[in-house]
Ligand binder design. Sequence first.
Ligand code: GLC
Length: 821
Amino acid sequence: MKTLFKTWAASLLAMGVATSALAQSTPVKGAGNVTNTKVNGQQINITTQNAFAEVAVYSPSVIRVRMDKQPLAADFSFAVITKPGSAKANISQDDNQVTISTDSLRTVINKKPFAVTFYTTDGQIINQDEKGLGTSWVNESVTVYKHMQDGEHFVGLGEKTGNLDRKGSGYTNWNSDTFGYRTDQDPIYSTIPFYIGVHHNLNYGIFFDNTYQSDFNFGASNNRFSSFGARGGEMNYYFIYHKNVADIITSYTALTGRMKMPPLWSLGYQQNRYSYYPETEVFRIAQTLREKKIPADGITLDIHYMDKYKVFTWDKTRFPDPAKMTAKLKDMGLKLTLIVDPGVKAEKGYPVYESGLKSDIFIKYPDSTNYTGEVWPGWCHFPDFTAAAGRNWWQTEIKKYADVGVSGIWNDMNEISTWGQKMPDNVIFDYEGKKASHMQAHNVYGLEMARASFEGYRSALGNKRPFILTRSGYSGLQRYTAIWTGDNRAEDDHMLLGVRLLSSLGLSGVPFTGMDIGGFTGNPTVGLYTRWMQIGAFSPYFRNHTGVNTKSAEPWAFGEEALEITRNYINLRYRLLPFLYSSFYEATQNGKPIVRSMAINYTHDPEVYNAKFQNQYEFGNGFLIAPFISTDTYGTVYLPEGNWYNLYSDEMMAGRQQKIMPVSVQKLPVFVKESSIIPMQSLIQSTAEKPTDTLTVHIYKGNRNNTFVYYEDDGESYNYETGSFYKRTITYNAAKKQIVFAKAEGSQSSKFKHITLQMHGFANGTKLSMDGKAANVKTQFVSFLTPVSSFDPQGTTNSAEGHDVKTMTINNNSNTFTLSY
Ligand code: GLC
């Protein structure tokens, strides 16, 4: 009896769980007590009764925790591209705990049982393992339970449906083809196991780098903890602490990488449907865009361009001469993007299949036969993109598209999607030589396909930037590709969900994002289409797409008024390209997204998490967008801290208040933050066209300090990586009442010979001086939209609002200058 009791007590201790009777028989295995530690530079290796752990300092703000039931395997990740840095860290310990101190945070590892708490340097708890639960295993599943802090909010986790605040919800990561998904469906196409927690004026990020099916619980059906875990593999997470969310995103993207400059043309408007064919139809669309003066840069071809959906082929009847077609489109200022699917039809004599067989690059069953799954072309094999050999093979094939002048590659069906959506667990992937089952490799397949397309196409195009788009992905996808949110529905709720998906992806390190504008399934109403196109103009990847059996969805398909409104916003998008391109440059530098959830800059304002305002977002550094649905005639906007200008009227409103305003489908509610610096150019019909030689910089008077880095380069090559760019920092110093344009940097000169400053909110009589001399200021009428000529039921709001601004034009000689007021 005595011995029995001892064994029972010992096993309870070993589990590191409370000594309750229940714990005795549970199949849940905790880490147990720490039995051994070994400090190794900036990391500590820990053995517990049931597990092996390693806690390492990546930077003063980034701590990695790894844990497994067996000794830790050699480190490997498809997502993380950095190693621990050489930050100063002090590791000390006594019988009860290990303490790791950096300049930014203190990590305390409790020894009995193993449990981790992260503190600020002044002792506030940022995040803490839930007492009694900690890290535990159920068979091969591993989970860590974190104490749910009072009032804690959770944002991020990549492409996840539902509310901006994830509190009260649970999520699964398993990349899935979810045609016409519901607005609360989970999972959908992509996995980014990174989220941000917010409480008590603190915020932190957690990146759980485990590619198995993973589960996150932010208080769904429990009021005790938030948790994350996976069906296999290690507990392996990076804890990131900074005082503000933007820096957390910067640290997360230091780990997982940042995007490169996109080709400028990919920021223009893209016209698509499933599918434009034959070639004459493509030209009809191109011609109509030009005739109707709808600026556009791209046309995308969906699966019907292929011969019976076979990848790397052309239907020669529909598209007899692809090279001639791309050349003609190029003359019209349009670039071509093609869809590619990973499934290679298993058909004797089809050269792509034969070459894949010969190179032996398909994923396999354990008996070495190629896995066969059914998708568009019929029964297919699938290249193993987790192997260099598979990616190299893809590169050879994809070059064929570069040879005929295709500029962009759209990677679809890469979850992997197969009819039946039940790919067997026992399919084997190379996983960079480590061999992994489908269970481990599934969530990275899309990432690695996008990588193969990016690397392959980049090499095929020489020094030109490819545009790559993907549907599926994993953390780090931003290094290679843009992402869109798949097969949404032409419904108001989906438009708003789309906005949140882009916000969430932005919070999760992905700046280049888009959704099917207008909706993929179903037909939008005129109002919904119009509103969606307006929002599209304020989204990073602006592509109109619709499904195979829907009505036409080009801007001219919804009547004259919709056309005029849509054109207004596409025009605005093109005039904003200098602002947008500079915003992308910022993303390449610090990972900051283009679509910025209000949780980034107003993290501790409770209204940000109010479902009523969760669809609002900032677009770059300057704009606040409030996307109401088309049938709303009144709406409530929440203006966060600071002063805000109505884009159209220049009316200034104080922030930290709700504002009820009339809304009409003619105008998307857009606000500009005080002290903003917004560079714009003249209207062009395509980025192949040169704007006039004047850059217009809008300056909004305000009380905050602000910095905007204006950036230009050739828009198409990688020469910027070796200094071929033009960049200048523009600073708004509110206390000094000055706007300073610093001297230009980089070896390129600006394409703009003149700069026109347009100053908003500066009252009549304001004395303005340029480098100390009274400035020659004029008054000018400014309007961001042209009047919409067609009907308006009330007959009152159909003209575009405008207002006067102070303006002056100077030569852009790239030297520093100061505007004072
Ligand atoms: C998938 C894609 C969709 C595409 C269709 C045909 O459903 O998500 O965008 O149009 O396949 O290729």
